[in-house]
Design a protein around this ligand. Structure first.
Ligand SMILES: [Mg+2]
Length: 212
């Protein structure tokens, strides 16, 4: 085994194609109050942040009353769990990638800006939990991504140095967090990029001393 000992995955947009589910769930909740987000707004501005942060942004940009945040958060969470239950299924490329990496001795974890229950349900429905040592949610840190705390915590939980870890990320908040943690980065566009050959190619590049 080379320099890289662990691979840490973001969840949404990396292991799970959940963008649409979060978008639909938030809009269903906002719809009660005559508000909605366009797909463009979601993709360019809101995607990748925890729901509470999205609601703070909506209060600033669209005058959503603060008193509604708790209620909308609970509704959104309920709708998200419904979406996951209906739509989240195991994907062969991810099951294969994670099981093979694990068999080869790499230690695996997930760090996500989602809440714990959402991550737990998604990873179980996608049948990825057996390959992971642990996952961290936005409830396990004081500062969610783009702050690097979640990745720093995962790296220290492994008992490794940042240089021994590879982080797989898809969006600007996560990429900023990954870079600031000091670990190596594999940037992907969507979950289809997260397959064994792609990950191991990046690991080999780092082990050869080519990639920072
Ligand atoms: Mg993501």
């Amino acid at each position: 085994m080379g320099k890289i000992k662990a691979v840490i995955f973001d969840m949404d947009g990396v292991l799970i194609d959940a963008k649409e589910w979060h978008y639909a769930a938030l809009n269903r909740a906002l719809d009660y109050f005559g508000m909605s987000l366009s797909r463009l707004e979601h993709v360019t501005t809101y995607d990748g942040f925890p729901t509470r942060k999205k609601l703070e942004m909506l209060s600033i940009e669209k005058s959503l009353p603060h008193e509604l945040h708790d209620f909308i958060c609970r509704l959104k969470q309920q709708y998200t769990l419904e979406e996951i239950t209906l739509k989240c299924k195991p994907q062969f490329i991810h099951q294969y990638a994670l099981s093979r990496l694990k068999k080869e001795g790499y230690r695996l974890a997930v760090c996500s800006n989602s809440v714990r229950d959402t991550i737990d349900l998604m990873l179980r429905k996608a049948d990825l939990m057996p390959h992971l040592e642990f996952f961290l949610s936005n409830e396990d840190v004081e500062h969610h991504k783009p702050h690097p705390q979640m990745y720093q915590k995962a790296i220290s939980r492994f008992g490794l140095s940042p240089a021994e870890c590879l982080i797989v990320e898809d969006n600007p908040q996560g990429i900023k967090a990954a870079r600031e943690s000091g670990a190596h980065l594999l940037e992907v566009k969507d979950p289809k990029d997260v397959y064994y050959d792609n990950i191991i190619e990046r690991v080999t590049e780092i082990d050869a001393g080519a990639g920072a």
